[in-house]
Write a protein that binds this ligand. Structure first.
Ligand code: SF4
Ligand code: SF4
Length: 417
């Protein structure tokens, strides 16, 4: 996408503490220059996505649903890289583990599938956890989203190189696999050319939602179950997103920080649906204009997919490192109805991949019984949205579950403060 007239780059685009601003108003910055420095272990660097002048640093609407401290840059039109960045590809094979991890951290690489967990931290599990499997998540199981699909078709070499770089951080022979839903045969073909000679398995998985959820993917590929309260490394696995693998390759071999990403622009209410490569900080309103405008019938703009994404509250929100897609929806055309009382049909229980009772979680969340809801397995909900999708009473089950999670987390923060 062409350079917009202004970029708004939030200092919080990841899980953990927001980055600390290291620029001031009226500073001149170059493309790829650090504007926010990681603040602590679980945090990530943030960079300027073009050259220009810092116009302001202030709170601004964020696609996560809150206001976040944001660095505004007015581009100078030169798009000039900071010194030493965007180099010709270099061979990573002579680099030490520490050097590779530092490059990933410096480049601000985070999980680009949605969670935004800092990648260098995910690649540094506790020493007592033996990693024997690394999986790339190419399932992209949410309807509408095709950003990872395009990356797999158009940049298979970088995807495979990113996986090899991550595997080099662990001792011994690892099982390396790329899991892709069988409905993307072109992506499977493209990756096989580069992956098979490197002994990386490219696996065609059954097309079903939520095949791309971390726990479901690990089970489908290794047969292992990540239990309640466990993390993938407890079962010897690390799962990374396709875009993240490309960002790792760019960081390590090309000295390129994470300043742009592929975004799917879709839904029935946008004039031209497409995948675009957008700079971090491009506003949704600029993307709407670039894609020919949205129809007057649009009553929801969603950041992410229709199952797990969030409806945004302002079109000024920018693309961040985790923005996989933007959807333009008319709810009445989708047959969405008014919320009614639960009829105890049990469908939400049947579909929950985590074996939870979503109807009960939602009831308890509405009553704000926070101790009780944690005993019911709140933390195990992956927010896949399947329960809301099947509910014949139109209950916003996952909305209430997310609400309870937010209450539990803010209560914990208050206690620790
Ligand atoms: S969103 Fe609903 S279906 Fe999905 S894991 Fe959570 S409770 Fe289960
Ligand atoms: S699917 Fe809806 S109506 Fe059926 S039990 Fe769950 S919450 Fe109740």
């Amino acid at each position: 996408m062409p350079l917009p007239a202004e970029l708004s780059i939030p200092l919080s685009q990841h899980l953990g503490k927001p980055a600390k601003p290291v620029v001031r108003m009226n500073d001149e910055v170059k493309k790829g220059q650090l504007v926010g420095e990681a603040d602590g272990f679980i945090s990530a660097n943030v960079h300027a996505s073009t050259s220009g002048k810092v116009r302001a640093i202030r709170p601004h609407p964020h696609p996560g649903g809150q206001y976040a401290m944001t660095v505004f840059i007015t581009p100078d039109g030169k798009d000039e890289w900071a010194e030493g960045l965007n180099s010709a590809p270099v061979d990573w094979k002579g680099m030490s583990k520490e050097e590779i991890l530092k490059k990933i951290r410096d480049a601000g690489v985070v999980g680009m599938g949605g969670a935004g967990f800092p990648t260098n931290v995910k690649l540094s599990p506790p020493p007592d956890k033996k990693i024997d499997t690394i999986i790339l998540n190419g399932a992209e199981c949410e309807p509408f989203l095709t950003a990872d699909h395009r990356l797999m078709v158009e940049s298979p070499e970088a995807v495979v190189a990113g996986l090899e770089i991550m595997a080099s951080l662990f001792p011994g022979t690892l099982k390396l696999a790329i899991g892709i839903e069988a409905n993307k045969p072109d992506a499977i073909d493209a990756l096989q050319q580069y992956a098979v000679p490197k002994k990386i398995e490219v696996l065609a998985l059954k097309t079903k939602y939520p095949q791309g959820a971390e726990k479901q993917l690990i089970n489908a590929i290794t047969g292992r179950n990540v239990g309640e309260g466990e993390l993938p490394f407890d079962r010897g696995c690390i799962v990374q997103n396709i875009g993240t693998a490309v960002a790792v390759y760019d960081a390590v071999c090309r000295n390129r920080p994470l300043i742009e990403r592929v975004v799917t622009v879709s839904g029935m209410e946008i004039a031209r649906q497409k995948n675009i490569s957008a700079r971090i900080g491009t506003s949704f309103s600029d993307i709407i204009a670039f894609c020919g405008g949205m129809s007057e019938k649009t009553n929801q703009v969603i950041s992410g997919g229709p199952m797990m994404g969030k409806a945004i509250f302002s079109l000024d929100v920018p693309v961040v490192k985790t923005t996989s897609g933007i959807l333009f929806i008319n709810n009445s055309a989708l047959g969405k109805s008014r919320e009614r009382a639960c009829i105890r049909c049990g469908r939400c229980v049947e579909v929950c991949p985590q074996g939870l009772a979503p109807w009960l979680l939602a009831n308890v969340a509405q009553l704000r019984q926070l101790e009780k809801i944690q005993l019911l397995g709140l933390a195990n909900c992956t927010e896949c949205g399947s329960c809301t999708y099947v509910c014949p009473s139109g209950r916003e089950l996952v909305h209430w579950i997310k609400y309870a999670k937010a209450l539990v987390s803010s209560r914990k923060q208050r206690k620790s403060a």
